[in-house]
Every structure is written in C-alpha cells, then in structure tokens.
Design a protein around this ligand. Structure first.
Ligand code: ADP
Length: 170
C-alpha cells in the first residue's frame, strides 16, 4: 500500500472512499463533516439517519467506522469515523489509531482500493497536528489491508508539513 499526501479539500477528491471526521450522532457537524454533507447532498444524511434508526441507535462510538453512499461526491462511499477529543489527562491515541484501522477494515469489506483521509481529530477535537500525523501514519502503515492507496488530504500547509515529516521519517 502506498501513502500519498495532497494539500487540498477532501470533498474535491476522486477516490473509492472518502473518510469523514464525523461525530457520534452521525447527523452532521462542522469542519469536514459539514463540507461532506454540503457537497455530497441529502442522500448521505438520509442514510446516516437510517443507520441511527437501526444498528446505531446510540450513535457511532469513538474509534469505530461505518460506510454510507457518497451521494454526489466523486467517490463510491463515505466512511464515517469518530475521532477522540484530545485530552491532556488521558492518552486517547489508541482511539485515534483505531479510527484509521477501522476505516481501512470497512474499506476492505467494501472492496475500496483508494481511500482518502482528513487529519482526524485535529480540528474541533483539538489534537496537536504533529502528534496526530504520527499516529495516523503509524496506524495506516501497521494495518494489513488490500487498500492500494491511502491519501491524506491536508487542508493547510502546517498539516501538510506535519504529515510529510512522518511519512518521510517512519
Ligand atoms: P475533528 O472534529 O475530528 O477535529 P474537523 O472536521 O473539525 O474534525 O477537522 C479535522 C481536520 O480537517 C482539521 O485539520 C481541519 O482543518 C481539516 N479540514 C476541515 N475541512 C476540510 C476539508 N474540506 N478537507 C480537508 N480537511 C479539512
């Protein structure tokens, strides 16, 4: 599996699956989540509501992942995962690593070969970018998967630089 880095907007990407930094309600939010629902259209939210009405009555747990249609996005699926809120009292890095591993597991179940990720938890959930980049790259590298390309899509220069450093170093 190869890791690629792109400076840009996740919702503009062409890939088999785009990963959404969702929240546990699955019913939309800001950041990546808001952009995905805005650009992807109402079909995605409709499927999220059906998930809430069936298997995910209490929402999606932190570190887990579930797929829906990608609506009007240039992808076949959106894989929703819930990152942990960063904490200085508690080490939640296993949960952040789990977001990447579980998303790749769901991608394998779907047969997705190209998967684009944002920098999960580094926005509203306040994870320091450098540490988040290390966890992301380590988690992806250590996961057995049939996915051929993992693309990290970084919104700004700072995020791109942090990921580039770890992709180069690990
Ligand atoms: P979380 O709640 O997991 O922290 P956010 O969506 O708030 O998720 O932010 C995660 C990261 O994604 C942040 O670094 C943010 O700058 C970035 N981001 C926000 N919108 C986009 C987008 N459209 N494409 C790629 N990255 C984005």
């Amino acid at each position: 599996m190869k890791i690629t880095l792109v400076h840009g907007d996740l919702t503009e990407q062409h890939a088999d699956a785009l990963v959404n930094a969702a929240n546990s309600s699955l019913l939309g939010g800001g950041g990546v989540d808001g952009a995905i629902h805005r650009k992807g259209g109402p079909e995605i939210l409709a499927e999220c509501r059906r998930l809430r009405a069936s298997h995910y009555g209490r929402g999606l747990a932190t570190g887990h992942a579930v797929a829906t249609t990608a609506g009007r996005l240039h992808a076949r699926w959106v894989i929703h995962t819930v990152g942990p809120v960063h904490s200085t009292e508690e080490d939640r890095s296993p949960l952040l690593a789990s977001c990447y591993r579980e998303s790749l597991r769901v991608a394998d179940e779907l047969g997705a070969r190209t998967v684009a990720f944002p920098a999960i938890s580094t926005g509203v959930y306040r994870w320091p970018m450098d540490d988040a980049a290390r966890i992301a790259v380590e988690a992806v590298r250590s996961t057995q998967t049939a996915v051929e390309e993992v693309r990290f899509v970084l919104f700004d220069e700072r995020a791109y630089a942090a990921f580039a450093e770890w992709v180069g170093n690990l």
